[in-house]
Ligand binder design. Structure first.
Ligand code: FE2
Length: 584
């Protein structure tokens, strides 16, 4: 056992993560009991303390469930320990989701909690005092603690790493005030830093992973400098400065691009646009809101519109697709969608993404760079991984001007990148850089965003500003995050199960694919260990092999989960990948 002594009674067991062990009078208390902890450590474990609900940090508690071990957990999260399957099974946490706290990093079976912990609580373990306090910013209701064992030993969850870095940036998409989580990337960074500063006076800080922090104050300050620099960069080029001026507070924001009124044949329909030809035929771009749908009916009523031929979908978000089934049934138009998310329109519950719709439709799939004509006008469709990875861009040329429908990706003030759960990646030739490549090559006269009544114009000045911003951001993120690529910190879904939700009869095999995004340009080796709810039979340690079949022969009907612990090139990420099975 790789055990590092911290004080008389406290040590850290390093098993890919850090499990804190307090040993006194022949009994043991564990903190951060990660999935790699085995019950046969030859320790007389009496108490386990969970600082948050996350299985990636506390998944090991399942192995002690039903024993005499007392488990303590945050008061605000008790339901997530005692009834995790109810949350995983409820579609309101999978569809139309704008809030990600808590997320699906849940333990795979119910665990009884014997002690509820809270801000200000003190737990006495064999006369060793453990003080608890609220930690804000990463996980709602999370706690940190200080163990008093001659020296002051801070213990935290996954909120800081060894030399002032951060493991999971995407979790900082969280608002503590009026906004939803979706629009709030980095909004909680001051909450996080203020919470971390409660460890300033500790002699040592034990994070859930990476190196032990021997100089907490300076390490936390190093993290603050890096996080504030990233915030400045992000806030300088954000669409939020257009939609909600004043929410972000950049010191040097982008000068807004010029805007222009769209011509009469391109009409704004609130999250949709419609192009109307001289023959009164319609080409719709997106159809996601009742309001927009009603506006289409008004156009028919007024005689401006006599038919809809095509609806092109820019991306899978519910505010762009929720009315597609009604549109198809009422107006019998074709639905066009990019390859990247066509399957999401057919099988939304196969995915765990933000803003998924409940509506399922089968679109005609457009390949990348596809040209077509309608009513004498030329169109070109591109894969356009801007606001989300699953996104298209459409160039419309009516002979008088060229318009690029960019979906939700850009604004006069910069990027729509305030939600990492949409999967925006760093680096050239992907993500927003790829979108800027397309804009730079096409040089459209106007860019149109689905949520903006006016078009806008990007000149080379705007493109250069945005490229420089992205290049600087990549460097800042490399400095701030711990993995081989910063995208492993930004992307919650670099390893995912497909389908996310499976529906099988009891006894039927359940097949799920593991889908992996390598965020480096080097070969990568993935090792996986599956864990699951009771009754689901999983393969043992494997080098990746897809698809993977799980047996449901012994599971009770209801909701079950399967999770995967991941090692990337030998580095342990913990249990960051999860899928759901409904057994009937
Ligand atoms: Fe939208």
């Amino acid at each position: 056992m790789n055990k590092i002594k911290i004080s008389n009674h406290v040590s850290v067991y390093q098993n890919g993560m850090n499990c804190v062990i307090i040993e006194k009078n022949g009994t043991v208390c564990l903190i951060n009991c990660n999935p790699q902890i085995m019950p046969n450590l030859n320790l007389n474990i009496k108490q386990i303390i969970c600082l948050n609900y996350r299985s990636s940090i506390n998944g090991g508690i399942i192995k002690f469930s039903g024993s005499n071990v007392q488990i303590a957990a945050p008061e605000q999260q008790l339901e997530l320990f005692e009834n995790p399957m109810q949350r995983l099974g409820d579609e309101k946490y999978r569809l139309h989701v704008y809030d990600f706290h808590p997320d699906n990093d849940l333990i795979s079976d119910s665990v009884k909690i014997s002690t509820a912990l809270f801000d200000g609580a003190i737990l006495d373990f064999e006369d060793i005092k453990i003080e608890f306090f609220e930690v804000r910013g990463d996980t709602d209701g999370e706690l940190g603690c200080i163990i008093h064992d001659g020296v002051k030993i801070g213990v935290c969850a996954d909120i800081i790493c060894g030399d002032g870095k951060i493991p999971f940036l995407y979790r900082l998409c969280k608002d503590s005030g009026n906004f939803d989580d979706y629009h709030a990337y980095l909004a909680c960074k001051d909450d996080l830093l203020d919470s971390l500063r409660k460890f300033d006076d500790c002699d040592v800080l034990l994070p859930a992973r990476d190196n032990i922090i021997n100089a907490p104050r300076s390490t936390i300050e190093a993290l603050a400098v890096r996080l504030n620099a990233l915030y400045e960069n992000y806030a300088a080029a954000s669409a939020l400065n257009y939609y909600t001026p004043g929410y972000l507070k950049p010191s040097a924001p982008m000068i807004p691009a010029k805007t222009a009124v769209t011509p009469a044949n391109i009409k704004y329909l609130f999250c949709n646009f419609i192009i109307i030809s001289e023959n009164k035929r319609g080409f719709l771009i997106d159809c996601g809101t009742q309001h927009g749908f009603d506006m289409i009916a008004e156009l028919f009523k007024s005689g401006e519109l006599e038919a809809i031929d095509i609806c092109y979908i820019t991306h899978y978000h519910h505010d762009h697709v929720d009315m597609l089934d009604k549109l198809r049934d009422l107006y019998h138009c074709k639905i066009y969608a990019p390859q990247s998310f066509a399957d999401m329109l057919v099988n939304p519950e196969a995915y765990y993404m933000t803003c998924l719709s409940h509506v399922s439709v089968s679109p005609e799939v457009l390949p990348d760079n596809y040209n077509f004509t309608w009513e004498g006008c030329n169109f070109t469709h591109f894969e356009f991984p801007g606001q989300t990875l699953y996104h298209g861009g459409l160039l419309f040329d009516d002979g008088s001007a060229r318009f690029l429908f960019c979906g939700d990706s850009f604004a006069p003030t910069g990027f729509d990148d305030y939600c990492p759960q949409n999967r925006n990646f760093t680096g050239r030739n992907r993500g927003f850089h790829k979108c800027l490549d397309i804009i730079e090559n096409l040089k459209p006269d106007f860019i149109i965003n689905q949520h903006q009544e006016q078009a806008f114009v990007y000149t080379q000045n705007e493109i250069d500003f945005l490229r420089d911003n992205l290049d600087e951001r990549e460097k800042l993120m490399r400095d701030l995050t711990v993995w081989e690529s910063p995208d492993y910190s930004l992307d919650p879904y670099w390893l995912k199960m497909y389908p996310y939700v499976s529906r099988v009869r009891q006894g039927e095999p359940c097949v799920k694919e593991l889908q992996f995004t390598n965020h480096t340009d080097k070969p990568a080796q993935i090792t996986v260990k599956f864990n699951a709810s009771p009754g689901i039979i999983v393969p043992e340690y494997i080098d990746i092999s897809v698809p993977v079949t799980f047996s449901t022969a012994q599971v009770k009907p209801g909701t079950s989960s399967i999770s995967a612990e991941i090692w990337l090139n030998g580095v342990y990420f913990s249990e960051i990948c999860r899928g759901v099975i409904f057994v009937n």
